[in-house]
Ligand binder design. Structure first.
Ligand code: ADP
Ligand code: MG
Length: 232
């Protein structure tokens, strides 16, 4: 319990700090990218390696900022009654091009009887993007990502996202969601931290079930009677 409390405090502090910083970095980044593109057209070929490095590092900064995007715009937070299935359909559409290139298909099964839930649609989209992106990244040779929705104990919606990746060792599962925890060479370790924080703010939770060598399932639980208007 104590440990959980501490983890949640750290999440809040890091989340707020990072959101502020992300916001400040985005504008100068846009200017930098524009000028570099201009320069690239007017400088000799000898510098092409430099430009490759600059572009790739800028891309990396952009990835980091993107994983914070939603948190970086607190003014846009809008809790509304939303259809979770529709949010998932939109999210998968966004990721289809990247998935196709990697030979990944989606298998979806939506329970159409789920009631709308009171939530921040953009933030939930960010959570689904972050978790599905991780699923895509653990299947470099292609495969199937299953996305399902259902009710749980009549009080919650459960969204499950399963991949066919290498799985996560049991002792590492508790590290998921810690700021900067990553096992990827070019990872940020921010995607799950942001996701856990958003789901916590929706009074939900995330469960992870994994089998080494066969895949991982992320289950996101959200209360059907989530935060109502006026209780924020
Ligand atoms: P990043 O993707 O930048 O590494 P994340 O916060 O999204 O950061 O994920 C943190 C770590 O959790 C990953 O580096 C990886 O080790 C592990 N992880 C997350 N999702 C999966 C998954 N579907 N399968 C295996 N490992 C995963
Ligand atoms: Mg990630």
């Amino acid at each position: 319990m104590q440990e959980q409390l501490r983890k949640s405090d750290t999440l809040n502090v890091v989340g707020e700090l990072a959101a502020g910083i992300a916001h400040e970095i985005r504008n100068p980044m846009t200017a930098l990218k524009g000028f570099i593109q201009l320069l690239q057209g007017s400088i000799q070929d000898d510098f092409s390696t430099y430009f490759r490095v600059i572009t790739s590092e800028l891309q990396r900064i952009e990835t980091i900022i993107t994983e914070f995007l939603v948190l970086a715009k607190p003014q846009a937070v809008k809790f509304l009654q939303r259809d979770i299935n529709a949010i998932l359909i939109e999210t998968i559409e966004l990721l289809t091009a990247q998935s196709l290139m990697q030979n990944i298909q989606f298998e979806t099964c939506y329970n159409s009887e789920i009631e709308n839930i009171y939530c921040e649609g953009n933030q939930l989209k960010q959570v689904f993007i972050n978790i599905i992106k991780n699923a895509i990244e653990v299947m470099p040779n292609g495969g199937t990502i299953k996305v399902e929705t259902d009710t749980y104990k009549e009080k919650y919606v459960c969204i499950s996202i399963s991949d066919q990746g290498q799985g996560i060792p049991e002792e590492k599962i508790k590290k998921l969601g810690e700021p900067f925890y990553t096992t990827k060479e070019r990872g940020t370790g921010l995607g799950l931290m942001v996701s856990y924080k958003i789901i916590e703010e929706h009074k939900g939770w995330i469960d992870v079930e994994s089998k080494l060598g066969s895949g991982t399932t992320f289950r996101i639980f959200l209360p059907l009677d989530g935060r109502r208007k006026g209780s924020l």
